[in-house]
Design a protein around this ligand. Structure first.
Ligand code: NI
Length: 195
């Protein structure tokens, strides 16, 4: 395993549509060691997730893992998931229509490829995630709230989309200022949370 260099905003690899992973190559040493390296790189950088283009590999692989993370100390845990060729389907809202508040999750997102910056992004609060896992087994689960945000952020990377494209520009801030001026209650607002 190795820690790989993380591509930063402006690197063209972050703007490409990543290629599907051929299922026949999924168990190859190249793909399996890429996944191991992505895990190690993500953990080293305290990421909540990582996508292959962020380590300069234009392939449709994304990993999500939120444990005890110093970059996101006030957020709930999400168990480790490795997604190959994921397909996300929003389960709330209608295409082309504005998202109602109860169907939206708003979070100040950050990204290992946009070092030091946070900004508020509004997304559908419930998504179905279909993919293969690293062993080629089918993965099909529904995620809500914070987890739904993280899955959408990581899968956006596979289409060359970064959170700054979706963020409310007026909310963009650096980490120090985020910590100082963004109240806890505004960092994650899940309009559909029932408790
Ligand atoms: Ni990111």
């Amino acid at each position: 395993m190795a820690i790989r260099k993380i591509a930063q905003l402006g690197h063209p690899v972050l703007r490409q549509r990543a290629e599907e992973v051929p299922v026949s190559q999924l168990t190859s040493p190249r793909i399996q060691s890429l996944i191991d390296d992505m895990l190690e790189t993500m953990r080293d950088a305290n990421g909540a997730g990582i996508a292959a283009p962020q380590v300069h590999e234009s392939l449709r692989i994304a990993i999500i893992e939120v444990g005890d993370n110093p970059r996101y100390p006030d957020l709930p845990a999400v168990p480790q998931v490795v997604l190959i060729n994921p397909v996300l389907t929003p389960l709330v809202g209608a295409p082309g229509e504005a998202l109602a508040d109860h169907d939206a999750v708003e979070m100040y997102e950050g990204c290992l490829s946009v070092r030091g910056l946070r900004g508020r992004v509004r997304r559908p609060r419930k998504v179905r995630v279909q993919a293969l896992d690293r062993h080629g087994k089918r993965f099909d689960q529904v995620f809500e709230g914070f987890a739904a945000s993280v899955f959408q952020h990581e899968c956006d990377h596979l289409d060359g989309i970064l959170f700054v494209d979706r963020a409310d520009a007026a909310t963009l801030c650096f980490l120090d200022e985020y910590a100082r001026y963004v109240p806890l209650a505004e960092r994650l607002v899940d309009g559909g949370a029932t408790d």
